[in-house]
Design a protein around this ligand. Structure first.
Ligand code: K7E
Ligand code: RUQ
Ligand code: CUA
Length: 639
């Protein structure tokens, strides 16, 4: 371990030395220049890590286009604060307004991106979200029971039949109160197969496969010939539960877990599973009512490999594998042992041959272990240090990120020869080629998402933005084109051609189709209704006034709901809404939309409210007053 730390420092220093020497070649500027008023070629969706959100960049410019709130509240547009969106963050442990978002996957049809949905995982409180790419809105958040550290997620099968979620932390199923030292007996990892409705995208947990206690790390689906299979990397098959840094790195090899999900599906249908109590929240946003609801479900179907023969096999993989990536043909499985000095590449056809010929070397808790050599296509020798993740260009090449030696290494799938290497600044985690995990990669650009920024940008105190770096990979040699700062801590990212998405964007909502319970269809319908201590304000917003704009007869302790309908019917004319001293942030209301801000005044007084989004020359005039009187006073309701 000490040696590892030393190696990290050494690698960092050698990178630093290369900084000055790595001149960005002359045409890099023209290759990334997107003239004012011109669009980027590519949408790049980048995970936010510990900020819980997804950000969207244009490539090749590296311009930030949007932050999509997913697993964390976002005061910028009221996500998680408005009454309509609070339910999106609901869990069986109440509202959890934060998460750790690592991986993204774009929906696919026949192994190609179809531009419909983007899936995102949450590690901390296991959840998977679905974002609609016509509105860039989070439409659904599904909690995963019997899971902890939902890291091996949300990777999809070739036709988006399933979104898969594997656990990083093994836990006792049902969260029983057991001694930690009973890990080997009581702790399990699980792989959840979440079905996705072809038409609506709606998710639900179809079944969970129960695996021995260990850590599932990453995964990818097979494609083409390996369509029926899903491959997970695992570490800590030592089954350690303390001092993992040492105890989980003892064995020379951990495993790639190969799951035949088609078989699993058949077993589930044939009743081989067991329904067990497990509660989880399923949050969905309804476009018609413009509101989210949270449903708590109480049961999942568990599949035990013991009852399901020929469903799971283990392939030994050196040194605590991290990335688990499948090439565009579906034949090669790349496992990246993060402490290994080589990259093993497995062959799907050799794997199935080994299974047929029973070339096993024992079992891991009853699951057959295929002989390493029997499944191995070959090893990439001396690729660099600390291989993490691999993407493909569709021209027979693979690109692996090297965390310790801080570089991207290009190698050939056919003969496993290293072809090129370029430094990253510094310590690259994931890398991404548009479509690089699909059947049809883009092959023109590669982006490295680096963990350490150090001296790349103007310093901003101790906390620095992470850096992304764009490379041109269209030629034999990779060429560094651009650095750009990112948001949160990016891990995996996805990207697709802009043409797949840009022309199907919703520009505004048709007010006549607004099915919100508290919509106000025109200023004449504006109203204030009291029921007990609940006050519903039916308010409209249009340039440049709010109706009603003077409200009296509200008392301390009342629950006041401002239901604000934006009456505009034009692209990019939102109105905002905020009221003084309200911990519920503000709203951002798109044209044709109704959004609700709750306010519970605890002191008497005059509370100004106003539009927060500069919408016209008279935006500053778009305001009003709420009068809050002492409880029990007889000020009549007036508006
Ligand atoms: Cu390598 Cu969480 Cu995908 Cu980050 S993980 S780098
Ligand atoms: S107002 S344009 Cu506050 Cu000067 Cu913004
Ligand atoms: Cu409406 Cu500013």
């Amino acid at each position: 371990m000490l040696g590892l730390a030393v190696a990290t420092t050494a690698a960092m220093q050698s990178c630093k030395m290369k900084t000055a020497a790595t001149a960005v070649q002359g045409d890099a500027a023209t290759k990334t220049y997107v003239a004012p008023g011109k669009y980027d070629e590519i949408y790049n969706f980048v995970s936010g890590g510990f900020n819980g959100q997804v950000s969207v960049y244009g490539l090749p410019s590296g311009r930030l286009l949007k932050v999509i709130p997913v697993f964390a509240v976002n005061p910028e547009n009221g996500y998680g604060y408005s009454e309509e969106t609070k339910a999106m963050l609901n869990t069986t442990n109440g509202l959890i307004p934060w998460d750790d978002q690592h991986h993204l996957d774009l929906s696919q049809t026949n192994g190609e991106q179809d531009g419909r949905w983007l899936f995102a995982n949450a590690n901390n409180t296991p959840r998977v979200a679905r974002i609609d790419l016509t509105t860039f809105k989070t439409m659904e958040v599904l909690q995963i029971p019997n899971s902890a550290g939902n890291h091996s997620s949300p990777f999809i099968t070739e036709n988006t039949e399933y979104v898969v979620a594997g656990t990083r932390f093994s836990v006792p199923l049902g969260s029983e109160d057991v001694p930690i030292s009973s890990f080997k007996d009581n702790f399990h990892s699980t792989a959840s197969f979440i079905s996705v409705d072809k038409n609506t995208g709606k998710m639900d947990i179809a079944f969970q496969i129960v695996l021995p206690g260990m850590n599932l790390d990453l995964s990818h689906a097979g494609k083409g010939p390996s369509h029926d299979w899903f491959f997970f990397s695992s570490y800590n098959t030592e089954q350690a539960y303390t001092l993992l840094e040492v105890n989980a790195s003892q064995k020379d090899k951990d495993y790639i877990v190969a799951v035949n999900w088609k078989k699993a599906e058949e077993y589930a249908k044939a009743g081989k599973g067991k329904k067990v109590p497990a509660s989880y929240a399923h949050n969905t946003y309804d476009e018609h009512t413009q509101s989210a609801t949270s449903e708590i479900k109480n049961e999942v179907l568990l599949l035990d490999p013991k009852d399901c023969p020929d469903m799971i096999y283990m392939i030994p993989c050196p040194k605590s594998p991290h990335g688990c990536d499948i090439d565009p043909s579906g034949e090669y499985i790349v496992g990246s042992g993060k402490l290994a000095a080589l990259i093993p590449v497995f062959s799907f056809s050799k794997m199935t041959g080994a299974i047929a010929g029973k070339q096993f070397e024992g079992d891991f808790k009853g699951i057959p272990i295929i002989k390493y050599e029997a499944a191995l296509h070959g090893e990439v020798q001396k690729p660099g240090l600390g291989p993490l993740h691999t993407e493909f260009d569709g021209k027979g090449n693979a690109y692996t990120s090297m965390f310790l030696s801080s570089e991207v290494v290009k190698w050939s799938l056919k003969d496993l020869k290293v072809l090129d290497r370029v430094p990253t600044y510094y310590s690259v985690g994931h890398l991404m080629i548009p479509g690089g995990d699909t059947k049809k990669p883009g092959g023109k650009y590669l982006v490295a998402y680096n963990k350490i920024t150090k001296d790349r940008f103007l310093p901003t105190g101790p906390e620095l933005a992470q850096s992304a770096q764009l490379y041109d990979i269209s030629g034999d040699k990779m060429q560094l084109l651009l650095d750009f700062p990112t948001f949160g801590e990016p891990h995996y990212a996805q990207a697709c051609q802009a043409s797949l998405i840009k022309d199907k964007q919703v520009k505004f909502y048709d007010i006549n189709k607004n099915g919100h319970e508290y919509v106000t269809m025109g200023e004449k319908k504006a109203n204030v209704v009291r029921k007990g201590n609940r006050v519903d304000i039916y308010m409209t917003a249009i340039r440049s006034h709010l109706v009603p704009d003077n409200i009296e007869g509200v008392f301390v302790g009342d629950e006041v709901y401002f239901h604000v309908t934006n009456l505009e019917q034009d692209w990019d004319i939102p109105h905002g809404f905020a009221i003084k001293n309200n911990p519920n942030a503000e709203l951002l209301i798109m044209p044709g939309e109704t959004v609700t801000l709750k306010f519970t005044p605890d002191k008497q007084g005059i509370y100004p409210f106003y539009c927060t989004d500069f919408c016209s020359a008279l935006h500053q005039e778009m305001s009003g007053y709420l009068r809050v009187s002492p409880k029990g006073s007889n000020v009549p309701l007036k508006f």
